[in-house]
Design a protein around this ligand. Structure first.
Ligand SMILES: *[C@@H]1O[C@H](CO)[C@@H](O)[C@H](O)[C@H]1NC(C)=O
Ligand SMILES: *[C@@H]1O[C@H](CO)[C@@H](O)[C@H](O)[C@H]1NC(C)=O
Ligand SMILES: *[C@@H]1O[C@H](CO)[C@@H](O)[C@H](O)[C@H]1NC(C)=O
Ligand SMILES: *[C@@H]1O[C@H](CO)[C@@H](O)[C@H](O)[C@H]1NC(C)=O
Ligand SMILES: *[C@@H]1O[C@H](CO)[C@@H](O)[C@H](O)[C@H]1NC(C)=O
Ligand SMILES: *[C@@H]1O[C@H](CO)[C@@H](O)[C@H](O)[C@H]1NC(C)=O
Ligand SMILES: *[C@@H]1O[C@H](CO)[C@@H](O)[C@H](O)[C@H]1NC(C)=O
Length: 617
């Protein structure tokens, strides 16, 4: 809960910490499900289905399947600090058969289904295959009458991993006792779809190297980053015939940093004697290093978990990204010149201004030259100036205003000579951040308004042509109002308003074709709740979400609203056509992609087409 730092809440924080053996895994700001929910247990009432709004994963046209395999089935209870649950993985027979018959993997989907009844908090969990993370997610908060939910993630990019025997590991840390009775029953299933022909392009990596903690261990395979100087790393050597390398980073934040974007600076905390409340200001970033070089950064989307701020807001529509946390790609091909020496190199993660705790790990996707044992690479240019961070503070007692601006850019160009010729790759990232954090009414009202703007570009060419020119733009707006009132002893009321959004755009052109997609996904939620001794004893939460996706691979639209557990309106469609949602007209692309063509022309061309096929409003 992003509550104002009133003195009573300090007490509440301490209580919450006492409740959990591992503060790392339990957010200090947490509301409990009132016990009277359990009293109303009715065995014949149907369970509630929780969901995160997302576009459906569609099998490619002409593909066959699914061929489904149960990877793991387990009941998670009292798992805190224990080893992950594991199961041996053998590639499904249908996968080997398809390959033997000259076919290929068209789509792989990992599906998590779970049910739970009783009392339990939102818990973070991870799924790994042979050490590579496949899914980072948060559980739904159960109710007495039971809940069910499922999460599907497209795992096609891990084709190389799926083809080899290995081990599936799931870590979901929870506590089961007389108070927390909810046990999560989980099935994990892999669904495969096949093309009759071999893969046309090498879109998927040939090798996936996990950058995570190795089994056997307790807790998750992720690294736990506990403070701003903590750097967690793994050293490894990569094959000497690598010609392309992309690092996919998984990130989640918990404990004192669950709501990092609402944290005031330490000076405010100290001046007001609130030492147990989280501080260090409202800016965070994950910095990724290879040896001593900063190769990129992640300015993460502000995922709000299912119990966050006001739990009544996220039932049954959960927060954007909470069931399927986003991952972040950093192309490190330009650095191959430093990595192709058959020696071990250190891949490290740190979090600027971190408080306890951030869970971070990564998968290194490597493309290998089938026709040579050794590729030759060099770093041509590299520019990574330090972070620019500016905080303007002013406060008097518990009221104050903190305005934070930050920016960073990283850019590197490198050459790789392989059987594909001599290819030059440039990867760059440009970030900017603005956060205004205002406390008023003697610190009982807090308003946070934040924007994260992250752009990245990949430009790949050989001697004769542009092979790929890709621009990705992510914009994450966030607005949070919280107001505490009627505080008497350990009882208070909280009003909250949250606006949370993901705006993504991707344009990609080159020899391999042209693609474009755009997503506008926004949630607007408001609620009240009465909290007594850390339990939500009453209130109302309303959430409205609008999701609009359009791209060269199709469109999807959903507009859904909830009030407490009830869906009050729900419209959806998958048409790209204007004013006729059912006509099924797909965005048709006549843009002809010429080698070396200017990307701007492509964008203009495609934008013109979108004008004619706007997604229904
Ligand atoms: C402001 O809040 C503090 C801490 O809760 C309290 O001690 C103080 O009396 C309050 N001041 C006013 C003017 O209400
Ligand atoms: C239990 O739930 C069922 C189905 O919702 C309902 O018909 C029944 O009246 C409920 N029983 C009690 C005792 O609340
Ligand atoms: C898991 O699979 C078993 C066997 O098919 C089924 O009985 C159970 O309901 C499933 N549980 C969930 C949560 O999907
Ligand atoms: C930061 O975390 C690391 C790893 O847990 C620990 O060794 C170190 O003492 C911590 N530093 C500070 C200043 O707390
Ligand atoms: C904080 O604590 C110090 C020492 O106990 C005390 O002198 C000071 O007045 C306190 N400040 C506030 C704002 O309560
Ligand atoms: C948040 O700040 C931006 C930029 O200053 C502003 O345009 C926007 O209106 C603000 N949002 C709210 C809800 O105040
Ligand atoms: C919404 O849920 C809360 C908590 O369960 C409950 O106290 C409240 O009465 C509900 N409100 C409505 C309008 O159903």
């Amino acid at each position: 809960m992003a509550s104002p730092p009133a003195a009573a809440l300090t007490h509440f924080l301490l209580l919450a910490l006492l409740f959990f053996p591992f503060a790392a895994a339990a957010a200090p700001h947490r509301h409990r499900i009132p016990s009277r929910h359990l009293a109303s247990l009715n065995a014949s009432a149907p369970p509630t289905t929780f969901f995160e709004v997302d576009r459906p994963i569609r099998p490619p046209l002409g593909s066959a399947g699914p061929c489904s395999t149960l990877l793991l089935s387990h009941s998670f209870g009292a798992t805190y600090g224990r080893p992950p649950v594991t199961a041996a993985y053998a590639p499904p027979e249908c996968l080997a058969a398809a390959r033997a018959g000259g076919g290929s993997l068209a789509l792989a989907v990992l599906e998590w289904t779970a049910d739970c009844r009783g009392r339990q908090f939102d818990r973070i969990f991870g799924v790994w295959l042979s050490g590579a993370e496949l899914l980072r997610s948060c559980t739904a908060e159960p109710r007495a009458t039971g809940i069910v939910w499922s999460v599907s993630r497209d795992v096609t990019r891990y084709a190389a991993l799926l083809a080899d025997p290995g081990e599936v590991a799931v870590y979901l840390g929870n506590l089961v006792d007389q108070t927390y009775t909810g046990v999560y029953h989980v099935n994990l299933t892999l669904h495969l779809y096949f093309h009759p022909a071999p893969p046309p392009l090498t879109q998927q990596a040939d090798l996936i190297v996990p950058i995570s903690r190795s089994l056997p261990l307790n807790d998750g395979q992720w690294f736990a980053i506990q403070n701003s100087t903590d750097v967690q790393s793994k050293s490894l050597a990569i094959p000497s015939n690598t010609y392309r390398a992309v690092l996919e980073v998984f990130v989640s934040f918990h404990g004192s940093d669950e709501f990092w974007y609402t944290n005031p600076p330490n000076e405010y905390i100290e001046a007001n004697n609130m030492s147990s409340l989280p501080g260090n200001g409202a800016f965070r970033e994950v910095v990724v290093k290879v040896d001593e070089d900063v190769v990129g950064a992640v300015w993460p989307f502000t995922v709000i978990y299912t119990g966050g701020i006001n739990p009544l807001l996220w039932r049954p529509i959960t927060g954007i990204g909470s069931f399927n946390l986003p991952t972040y790609d950093i192309d490190i091909t330009p650095f191959l010149g430093k990595l192709l020496d058959s020696k071990e190199h250190k891949f490290g993660f740190g979090v600027t201004n971190a408080l306890d705790v951030w869970y971070v790990d990564a998968n290194l996707h490597l493309w290998l030259d089938p026709k040579s044992k050794k590729t030759v690479a060099s770093l041509v240019s590299y520019d990574a100036p330090p972070l620019v961070l500016d905080v303007k503070s002013g406060f008097s007692g518990l009221d104050g205003k903190f305005v934070t601006h930050a920016s960073r850019h990283v850019s590197a160009t490198g050459r790789v000579k392989s059987s594909h010729g001599e290819v030059t790759t440039t990867f760059n990232q440009r970030f900017s951040f603005a956060n205004s954090n205002v406390f008023t009414t003697n610190g009982t009202v807090q308003v946070v308004n934040q924007t994260i703007d992250a752009k990245s570009g990949t430009f790949v060419k050989d001697a004769s042509a542009v092979l790929l020119s890709e621009e990705v733009h992510k914009l994450f707006p966030l607005y949070i109002y919280t107001g505490t009132s009627d505080q008497v002893g350990d009882e208070y009321s909280l009003v909250s308003v949250i606006k949370l959004g993901v705006n993504d755009k991707m344009v990609s052109g080159g020899k391999l074709g042209f693609s474009y997609n755009s997503l506008r996904n926004s949630q607007s939620a408001r609620g009240t709740m009465r909290v007594k001794k850390n339990l939500v004893v009453g209130g109302l939460g309303k959430t409205h979400q609008v999701y609009k996706y359009m791209g060269t691979d199709g469109c999807y639209f959903r507009d859904v609203s909830s009030s407490n557990y009830t869906i009050t309106a729900d419209k959806s469609g998958d048409s790209c056509a204007k004013r006729s949602p059912s006509s099924g007209v797909k965005v048709s692309l006549q843009c002809k992609v010429l080698q070396n063509v200017n990307l701007v022309c492509l964008v203009l061309c495609f934008s013109a087409q979108i004008m004619n096929h706007a997604v229904n409003p």
